[in-house]
Design a protein around this ligand. Structure first.
Ligand code: SF4
Length: 285
């Protein structure tokens, strides 16, 4: 297969080589478990059945899952193994949460053809997606839980290596919103889109532009403003982002979201803690 699954469009044969994402055409995961720290409509009562995929097609320098996104931690499993994991999590979780799935979306669809969970399936993405791939995924996915990280192309280039993040991510977001109108049952999200925005230290003006964009174009979307930024990965090489955000920064952004009339979830600053990151491993099944 010549891979063009993400906007990097490496076009290489992943049966033979790895592309930018660092993974061949074989599913690799580093953890699957119940996760209770997602938005309340996602964690709901029993928790979210999260599956963490290894490799990444974006690779932000500050990634909190750096060891799996960039350092190759994880175990290679078959499509059938993944379908079995869906089945196992489906029994005990409120949903199946595919964390960082973009570069395996073709194989994930194959696994979902083998076992279609009774609970909603969540595509939990960095947001740098191709619209056509979102369309292909749509029959198998119920919820798009997507980041909208940067407005500025300078920031997206510096920290995620792509100049066109905002342009590409907003096109994909538009598609997700059209495809998945919100359905909530008694506080549990069954279908819809949640936009996550992680505030970076020193870049509140960029975050405000993201909020303005959402208020102007998708005022109905559920926003999740994330306070959990912690300088992981290579963040120490970038002094301006080598610290947690302050309460002042976060509160200013929350006030701005309220002023713009946006609705959604806010996080406690205490969520910027390592205990919220699962233990990753090379042996998961
Ligand atoms: S999924 Fe990986 S190999 Fe495929 S285009 Fe994206 S970065 Fe390249």
């Amino acid at each position: 297969m010549n891979c063009n699954l993400c906007p990097r469009r490496c076009g290489i044969n992943r049966e033979e080589k790895i592309g930018f994402c660092g993974e061949k055409n074989l599913i690799k995961i580093a953890n699957f478990s119940l996760h209770n720290w997602e938005e309340p409509c996602i964690s709901y009562e029993k928790g979210s059945g999260a599956i963490f995929f290894s490799g990444c097609s974006l690779k932000c320098v500050y990634c909190q899952n750096y060891e799996i996104s960039s350092q190759g931690v994880g175990q290679t499993i078959t499509v059938q193994d993944l379908a079995n994991i869906f089945k196992e999590l489906d029994k005990k979780a409120d949903n199946i949460n595919l964390v960082n799935p973009t570069h395996f979306s073709n194989l994930i669809i194959e696994a979902l053809k083998i076992y279609k969970p009774k609970n909603p399936v969540i595509y939990n993405t960095h947001g740098y997606e191709i619209e056509e791939e979102i369309e292909k995924l749509s029959p198998y996915i119920d919820i798009f839980l997507t980041d909208l990280k940067y407005y500025s192309s300078e920031l997206s280039l510096k920290y995620s290596g792509v100049k066109d993040y905002f342009e590409v991510a907003t096109k994909a977001l538009k598609k997700m919103i059209v495809l998945k109108p919100t359905i909530i049952d008694n506080g549990k999200l069954l279908q819809g889109v949640i936009v996550r925005h992680l505030l970076l230290p020193n870049f509140i003006e960029d975050s405000k532009k993201i909020l303005e964009y959402l208020a102007k174009n998708h005022s109905e979307v559920t926003l999740s403003l994330m306070a959990q930024y912690t300088p992981y990965g290579r963040a120490k090489d970038f002094p301006e982002i080598n610290r947690k955000i302050t309460a002042h920064e976060y509160n200013e952004l929350v006030d701005y979201a309220i002023k713009l009339g946006l609705d959604g979830y806010m996080q406690e600053l205490s969520s910027a803690d390592e205990c919220y990151i699962p233990k990753f491993s090379n042996k998961v099944i």
